[in-house]
Design a protein around this ligand. Structure first.
Ligand SMILES: Cc1cc2nc3c(=O)[nH]c(=O)nc-3n(C[C@H](O)[C@H](O)[C@H](O)COP(=O)(O)OP(=O)(O)OC[C@H]3O[C@@H](n4cnc5c(N)ncnc54)[C@H](O)[C@@H]3O)c2cc1C
Length: 408
């Protein structure tokens, strides 16, 4: 163990979008902030890269125009197209026009660098000890020794498998179901799917999460399912389906396929994790994930709130957790509203108009879509989320917010 023990105000674990937003706030407030990232920077991040309009506004307001190298081709996305087993397809444009198709490797690096905070790449978070107000964070530089830092505050912005969260709540991974999402890249022979849209299938036989879109001259075919299933078989099944039903003719997948674990679920049932004492959890680590797996906008917003909560706590010498939980309630509302059936039926929680697209269909198609969606939702029955979603939706109606007692 190295004897180096530097002290900073805040350590942020993970160099992604939640981290960039938090770091920006903290650096601007004059707090010495160190970001540690386990991978070499700029680092790759598996992601479709379709930023929601709200996320786009956040980046513009906080970091300025997105540089061209931070975009994939096509550089923008018009909206989403939902496909159903009854072969109805409905396209919905995002409110306010197209949004950027981010190349996460360069977009995240640009945002992190622009935050002004100090960043150490190839440096892994190893463990955390809380000593009253003081946090002792042990890290390891790739191929090097362990290095300890001390700080007053720590932010875990370290994604779905969050090691910071695990260090606070070692049993948490056993408390939620885990999913695997994977994607393969194909050269295109013929693809009738409109490349201006992100395509998503509500098809229970294809899996829990099935998508496709164009990127840099190739077609992505992605599948998500409960952890433990076979990625290659699942992917092949979807590729065959796209060929048979949609006339999508692709060459065999390239070698560079990829996948990761996903903590899909906490935002549906209002079971977020926000940390303990002076350690905050934010972004997808906290459970933020919008409809169709859009997680960048809520990562940016929740990250910024984590930064602001620390500034408030430090300036006014207040307890951090109650402050953060009070401030983060707005983002919980926005995210969980997206899954709330009452909000979906009577509000407009999404950034594209699903009810209008549905009502534009002929009556027969509309009924088919509703039946297909119900069958798709039944795929999730085993997780027993239905009753919890209804209970939280009623609480939202009654109190105007989602109860914070369910958060860790
Ligand atoms: C296949 C796929 C497609 C997606 N498509 C979209 C999309 O089109 N639009 C959208 O908005 N969202 C999409 N998402 C979701 C989105 O990528 C995430 O919600 C978002 O990146 C979460 O951001 P974050 O800042 O919370 O954490 P992450 O982006 O997960 O970043 C966490 C960071 O922490 C680092 N880290 C982890 N462990 C350690 C450690 N021990 N030490 C140091 N650093 C560590 C990681 O390397 C990583 O850089 C997609 C996700 C997947 C998997």
């Amino acid at each position: 163990m190295s004897s180096t023990t530097r002290r900073v105000d805040v350590i942020i674990v993970g160099a992604s979008l939640a981290a960039a937003a938090a770091a920006r706030r903290l650096h601007d407030a004059g707090m010495e902030t160190l970001i540690i990232e386990k991978r070499e920077l700029p680092r790759h991040k598996i992601c479709s890269g379709i930023l929601s309009p709200r996320g786009h506004r956040f980046l513009l307001e906080n970091f300025g125009p997105i540089p061209p190298q931070a975009l994939h081709n096509p550089t923008s996305c018009r909206g989403v197209t939902f496909h159903f087993p009854s072969m109805v397809s409905m396209s919905m444009d995002f409110f306010g026009g197209t949004t950027p198709h981010l190349h996460r490797k360069y977009a995240d690096h640009w945002a992190i660098e622009s935050s002004g905070a100090e960043v150490h790449g190839a440096t892994s978070f190893i463990r955390l000890q809380q000593q009253g107000e003081e946090q002792i964070v042990t890290t390891r530089k790739k191929g090097g020794d362990e290095v300890q830092y001390r700080s007053r505050y720590v932010i875990g912005a370290d994604g779905p498998s969050s090691p910071v969260l695990r260090s606070l709540y070692p049993d948490y991974p056993q408390q939620i179901p885990w999913f695997f999402v994977g994607q393969k890249f194909h050269e295109i022979i013929d693809c009738p799917l409109d490349e201006a849209y992100f395509h998503f299938w509500f098809h229970p036989e294809l899996g829990h999460y099935t998508w496709s879109h164009a990127r840099d001259g190739r077609q992505i075919v992605g599948v998500g399912f409960k952890r433990g299933d076979n990625f290659h078989q699942r992917h092949q099944h979807v590729a065959n389906y796209l060929q048979d039903k949609h006339g999508v003719r692709l060459k065999p997948a390239d070698v560079d396929h990829e996948g990761c674990a996903e903590n899909f679920g906490p935002s549906l049932i209002n079971r977020y994790v926000f940390g303990k004492g002076n350690v905050l959890i934010t972004g997808q680590a906290a459970g933020f994930l919008n409809m169709i797996g859009e997680g960048m906008s809520c990562a940016l917003h929740s990250g910024a709130i984590a930064g602001e909560a620390i500034i408030e706590a430090a300036i006014h010498n207040r307890e951090l957790q109650p402050l953060y939980r009070d401030m983060i309630a707005t983002e919980v509302r926005r995210t969980t509203d997206q899954w709330n059936p009452l909000k979906i039926a009577f509000g407009r929680p999404h950034e594209a108009d699903f009810p209008a697209a549905l009502m534009a269909l002929p009556l027969k198609d509309r009924l088919n879509v509703l039946r297909d969606m119900w069958r798709f939702v039944c795929l999730y029955k085993e997780f027993k989320w239905g009753r919890e979603i209804m209970r939280e939706s009623i609480a939202r109606l009654k109190y105007g917010h989602y109860p914070g007692q369910r958060w860790l």
